[in-house]
Each structure stands twice: as structure tokens, then as C-alpha cells.
Design a protein around this ligand. Structure first.
Ligand SMILES: Nc1ncnc2c1ncn2[C@@H]1O[C@H](COP(=O)(O)OP(=O)(O)O)[C@@H](O)[C@H]1O
Ligand SMILES: [Mg+2]
Length: 287
């Protein structure tokens, strides 16, 4: 499984390549403290959405941090847009938009508009073009009404929209999203998923999204990578996974959503093995 690349039709060069990547977290002495991911390989082309699925601690965020250049692989190679993430980091990241779960990246005392202007300039978007992009994103993501409110006063749904808009400001070729609809109501989840589907399909962008919501992967992703304790359990097109699992376990899967069934099946062993359950922090620091 180690060196397998997402099997796919189509001859387009992948926009993202993970080649046998391992990340071991180490302490300041260099002693290993935790395994992030092990021997992970996949590829994502423009127009595709890869969902990274798995329980807490499976390595989802590690994959996204590696892809965003925030942590360095212990082994293996990562290429984005044809550039090597280590040797040509800046070029690799030039057309990448990132929305990580950690919302500390927003200035809660500034208005929504000020945040967008600040991050726009950081990403090299200025002046009229910046104002147009902010207006466009506010309309598309439906947060025009809160542009002049402080980010710290926003509802959870609006904050998520702001974070997504910040990630989209540079009009990225690759969008990296960590649990983007976590904690949102059904209507907001639905809207944001539709929006992301359009970004991938109509605008031909590549998206890598970490989620533990099965229906999210089902709704959004062309490909699914299920991780368990840092290793790939399955890497496949969503369609193929539906087809295979539908045939094997139709009754059981009919009782919940099919992917949830697959997921439970694939990760139940891991759940038994895990000694402790960690929780991702879901609180936003205000201030
Ligand atoms: N900065 C870090 N230092 C040490 N260990 C870490 C760090 N970040 C993540 N880990 C460990 O790596 C593993 C994968 O974590 P993570 O990628 O955050 O998983 P997920 O996003 O699927 O919950 C976990 O065992 C976690 O404890
Ligand atoms: Mg995570």
C-alpha cells in the first residue's frame, strides 16, 4: 500500500503529490514522541476533492500541515504545483489557500473586512482587485451583512465563512481545509459543501479536506483516504468505494449512510486498540 498513488483515469499531471511520506513528531532532543503518518502516498488533480477521513489522532491534520508547509516530513517527498515542498517551498505554496481548524489565525478585535484586507495584502492581493475579491466572496459565501462587524462577535457559521474566505482570497489552485463545517448547523453545512463542490468542479481547483463527518466526504469528495493510526486503510474514488462496499455489506450499510458503515468497519479495530480518546479543541479563543 505504501507507494500506491490514487488510482485514476485521466492523464492530467497531479497538482498534489505525496510520495511515501512519513511524519514522526519529536521532542527537542530529537526523540520521537508521536507518529503523525507513515508511508502515505496519494495524488490530487485539479477538479478533484480528496477527503481525508479518520478518527481523532489518525493523522488528518498532520497531512494538511505537511501540505501547507507548516511541518516538515521526516521522510518522503511532497510536491505541490510541480514544486518540491522543501526545496521550493515558496513556489509550492504560492497558489495554496489554507483553512486549518485553529482559528487563532483571525484577529477577533478587527472587523471582518479588516481581516480580509489584512490577509489579502499578506497574500499579495491589493487595491481594487482586493476590494473586488472581498465583495465577491462576501456575496458567494453570504456574509455581506457582517462585513463591518468584529470577527469576535460572529456566530460560528459566520466565522467559518470568514476563515474560508481568507483561504480563498488568493484564488488558490489548491484549497486545504481542516474540518471546515465542524459545529455548523445543517443549512450552513449544506451551503458550504455546495460552494466547495462548485469550486472544485467548475473552477477546476484541487481540494484536500480533513473530516470525520462521513456525509461530508460523501457529499464533497471525488476521492477518499481513510487513515487509521497514521496509516492508510483505504484510498479510493468515492464511487468505487460505494460500489464495493455496497456489494459486500449492503444490509448493514443501508441502516446508516454507506460511508459511515465503511468507516465503522475500517476503524473499529483502531477504536478498540486506542487506549485513550483525545478531543480536538472546538472552542474559539475570543480576543
Ligand atoms: N505537534 C505535535 N507534537 C507531537 N505529537 C503530535 C503533534 N501534532 C499531532 N501529534 C500526534 O500525531 C498524531 C496525529 O495527530 P493529528 O494529525 O492531529 O490527527 P487528527 O487530525 O486525525 O486528529 C496523534 O497521535 C497526535 O497526538
Ligand atoms: Mg485534526
Amino acid at each position: 500500500m505504501g507507494s500506491q498513488i490514487t488510482p485514476l483515469g485521466g492523464s492530467a499531471t497531479p497538482y498534489v503529490e505525496f510520495l511515501d511520506v512519513t511524519k514522526v513528531y519529536k521532542d527537542f532532543r530529537g526523540s520521537p514522541v508521536a507518529r503523525g503518518i507513515e508511508g502515505l502516498s496519494f495524488a490530487v488533480r485539479q477538479g478533484e476533492t480528496l477527503a481525508i477521513l479518520g478518527p481523532n489522532g489518525a493523522g488528518k491534520t498532520t497531512v494538511l500541515k505537511l501540505l501547507s508547509g507548516l511541518v516538515i516530513p521526516t521522510q518522503g517527498r511532497i510536491k505541490v504545483g510541480g514544486f518540491d515542498m522543501i526545496r521550493e517551498r515558496e513556489k509550492a505554496l504560492q497558489h495554496v489557500g489554507v483553512m486549518l481548524g485553529d482559528a487563532r489565525s483571525v484577529y477577533w478585535r478587527l472587523t471582518v473586512r479588516d481581516n480580509l484586507e489584512y490577509f489579502g495584502v499578506l497574500r499579495g492581493v491589493y487595491g481594487k482587485k482586493l476590494r473586488q475579491r472581498i465583495a465577491g466572496l462576501a456575496e458567494l459565501l453570504d456574509f455581506e451583512d457582517v462585513l463591518n462587524r468584529r470577527a469576535g462577535e460572529l456566530s460560528r457559521g459566520m466565522r467559518q465563512r470568514l476563515l474560508l474566505a481568507i483561504a480563498l482570497l488568493p484564488d488558490p489552485q489548491l484549497l486545504i481545509l481542516d474540518e471546515p463545517t465542524f459545529g455548523l448547523d445543517v443549512a450552513s453545512r449544506y451551503e458550504i459543501r455546495n460552494f466547495l463542490r462548485e469550486v472544485a468542479l467548475q473552477r477546476r481547483r484541487a481540494i484536500v479536506i480533513a473530516t470525520h463527518q462521513m456525509d461530508e466526504a460523501q457529499a464533497l469528495a471525488s476521492h477518499v483516504c481513510v487513515l487509521r493510526q497514521g496509516k492508510v486503510v483505504t484510498l479510493n474514488t468515492t464511487q468505487d468505494l460505494i460500489r464495493k462496499t455496497g456489494r459486500v455489506r449492503d444490509k448493514k450499510i443501508a441502516s446508516s449512510s454507506w460511508l459511515e458503515g465503511v468507516f465503522l468497519e475500517l476503524t473499529s479495530k483502531a477504536r478498540k486498540e486506542r487506549a485513550e480518546i483525545s478531543h480536538d479543541g472546538d472552542g474559539y479563543p475570543l480576543g
